[in-house]
Design a protein around this ligand. Structure first.
Ligand SMILES: NC(=O)c1ccc[n+]([C@@H]2O[C@H](COP(=O)([O-])OP(=O)(O)OC[C@H]3O[C@@H](n4cnc5c(N)ncnc54)[C@H](O)[C@@H]3O)[C@@H](O)[C@H]2O)c1
Ligand SMILES: O=P(O)(O)OC[C@@H](O)[C@@H](O)[C@H](O)[C@H](O)CO
Length: 539
């Protein structure tokens, strides 16, 4: 037996026998160099970071293109650090599966430090301040989920923690964006030092979203005299501080029991999967697919590692935007969200089983090829039609990527505007497209309303995936039962369907609410009605 710990890394024969590739560099040397002269900080120490971003850093280190690692920082779920980083010396085992079931196993050792970003962890906070004062710091990347950037609640008022941060200034921030703004202020105070803040989350114009949240807090602080006006100027000057946009694509599901068992058979100890009290599913290993795309706007005022040498497309903002529109708004994530919603309703536990169902497959083909492609601008670096084909025919059906509809259904309320709202808006604004002609996106929206009832198509209650708006949204579905007729459903659902925070547009105004409500009515007819409605409309 051996462990994913530094002390066992020297037992090369054991790892070799298990076909696990070890880091090809002097881990301690990189750690020391990074401690002295940090280059790269990452916020959001979850699965995609460990399985993709940290692997990019390792590729560069192994090729001699980078001589520092990445510092992992957690803003939200400190259990990750205590239970998955510290006990395994920040090592991570990445298991990559192709559709034939061939596995590549590799130890990632490019994460050199793990820090909890909160003033209550005084030593970590002091260390973070030191890092942000460092002139060698080039980039700060983020994978903190869409909701991590939010400042406002559904009604447009500040979230409580954000409000508190605004009132109290940068001294002891509580909200995620407040903490990042406070560290940006530390960097500013240390001599207006340059840096790039790079969001790698699945949101449209993610760089703009990050910048606007940090700026908003900075402006509120400046108004109250907590910071200089010049701090706001600094954050607005892209020659000093940039917020590059990006598109990131690699399916990194929750850790799988099957992979855990395989690793244990290899002789590895303590491969337990945990679910933290904040609902992060994480393990010492990460399971993922081979396919991967990362496109980043090339704007780095303090320089950057040669990311292109690790396969990252470094390009202009327009190409990033077109790639993001292609992936997040039309060709992958909306298809994923559709499968997530219908998967939970129809009792599926894996995505690959879902795409074997001809109706679900047809639904995602219709959303992608028929409704989505019409608003896609070809990003040139990736062909959109070929990309959808790869997604539907190769990536989703991969049985060795045990992705679940329940994982993807997490935070659906936060994803609606980007996954579907942008496309509806583009149709509504186009002189050549008829928004009322959309059929399949409204079917997914109706499915989501049906999902919010938390009763599956067999009439059994299910636990919905976490979503910050769930309690509020569920209230609007209260009292609706399967098998009953309702006269005033359109009115009852109006508060959801008119909410532009959720759909980017008012579905009543654009003329889609009636169709959504009609589909929804059909889906609540009784047991099996969701399946029947799906079959009726995709056929
Ligand atoms: N997993 C994927 O397949 C994938 C692919 C492409 C992009 N992404 C992007 O990365 C994000 C994270 O995915 P993951 O696989 O790492 O998920 P994960 O559940 O493994 O980790 C989520 C991370 O976000 C942090 N987080 C959650 N809420 C936060 C908040 N309010 N403030 C600050 N941090 C918060 C968590 O603490 C954790 O570090 C996704 O939401 C998506 O935007 C993921
Ligand atoms: O991660 P989210 O929450 O933005 O969306 C769920 C999935 O669609 C997503 O994680 C995909 O796996 C990913 O976007 C593939 O690149």
């Amino acid at each position: 037996m051996f462990e994913l710990k530094k002390k066992d890394i020297s037992k090369q024969d054991l790892w070799q026998k298990a076909n696990i590739v070890l880091p090809q560099f002097d881990v301690e040397k990189i750690e020391n160099a990074t401690y002295q002269n940090p280059v790269w900080v990452h916020f959001g120490a979850g699965n995609i970071f460990r399985g993709y971003i940290a692997a990019i850093a390792q590729n560069l280190i192994e090729r001699g293109e980078l001589n520092r690692g990445v510092i992992a920082v957690e803003l939200f779920d400190y259990e990750i650090i205590d239970r998955i980083y510290k006990p395994y010396d920040n090592l991570c085992l990445v298991v990559t599966s192709d559709a034939k079931g061939n596995l590549e196993k590799r130890v990632i050792a490019s994460i050199t430090e793990e820090l909890k970003c909160d003033k209550s962890f005084e030593a970590d906070w002091q260390r973070l301040c030191k890092i942000f004062e460092s002139s060698t710091l080039e980039l700060v990347t983020f994978t903190i989920t869409e909701k991590g950037y939010n400042l406002f609640g559904l009604k447009g008022d500040y979230l409580p923690a954000v409000k508190e941060d605004i009132e109290n200034g940068p001294q002891s921030p509580k909200s995620s964006m407040g903490k990042v703004a406070a560290l940006a202020y530390v960097r500013y105070k240390s001599g207006r030092k340059p840096v790039a803040y790079v969001s790698l989350d699945n949101c449209s114009k993610n760089g703009e979203k990050l910048q606007s949240s940090i700026l908003q807090i900075a402006k509120e602080w400046a108004k109250r005299g907590f910071v200089e006006e010049d701090f706001v100027e600094y954050l607005n000057d892209s020659s000093v501080v940039s917020f590059p946009w990006s598109m990131i694509d690699k399916i990194v599901p929750r850790p799988s029991e099957r992979i855990k068992e395989l690793l244990e058979k290899d002789g590895l100890k303590n491969m337990n999967i945990i679910c933290t009290s904040k609902n992060t599913y994480i393990a010492p290993f990460v399971n993922t697919e081979k396919a991967q795309y990362l496109v980043i706007e090339d704007s780095f005022p303090n320089g950057r590692p040669p990311l292109e040498k690790a396969g990252v497309f470094m390009t202009d903002r327009k190409t990033v935007e077109d790639s993001e529109r292609m992936k997040v708004q039309t060709c992958l994530n909306p298809l994923h969200t559709a499968l997530a919603i219908f998967g939970c309703l129809l009792g599926y536990k894996t995505i690959y089983e879902e795409v074997k169902d001809e109706h679900l497959k047809r639904l995602i083909e219709k959303i992608g090829y028929d409704e989505g492609l019409k608003v896609v601008v070809d990003p040139k670096i990736i062909n959109p039609r070929e990309y959808i084909r790869e997604v539907i025919e190769e990536r989703f059906p991969n049985p060795y990527i045990p992705d679940t509809p329940q994982r993807i259904a997490t935070d659906t309320s936060q994803k609606m505007p980007i996954r579907f709202g942008e496309t509806i808006k583009a149709y509504a604004e186009s002189p050549d497209l008829d928004v009322k002609g959309l059929k399949y996106i409204p079917l997914v929206i109706a499915g989501w309303l049906r999902y919010l009832m938390c009763i599956d198509d067999e009439g059994k209650t299910f636990d919905p995936s976490p979503d910050p708006l769930l309690p509020e949204l569920k209230k609007h579905l209260d009292g609706i039962e399967l098998g009953r007729e309702y006269e005033n459903l359109e009115e009852k659902l109006r508060p959801i369907l008119t909410n532009e925070v959720i759909f980017r547009v008012d579905l009543f105004e654009v003329g889609l609410s009636q169709r959504v409500v009609e589909y929804f009515k059909e889906m609540i007819q009784g047991i099996g009605a969701v399946k029947k409605t799906l079959q009726k409309y995709v056929n």
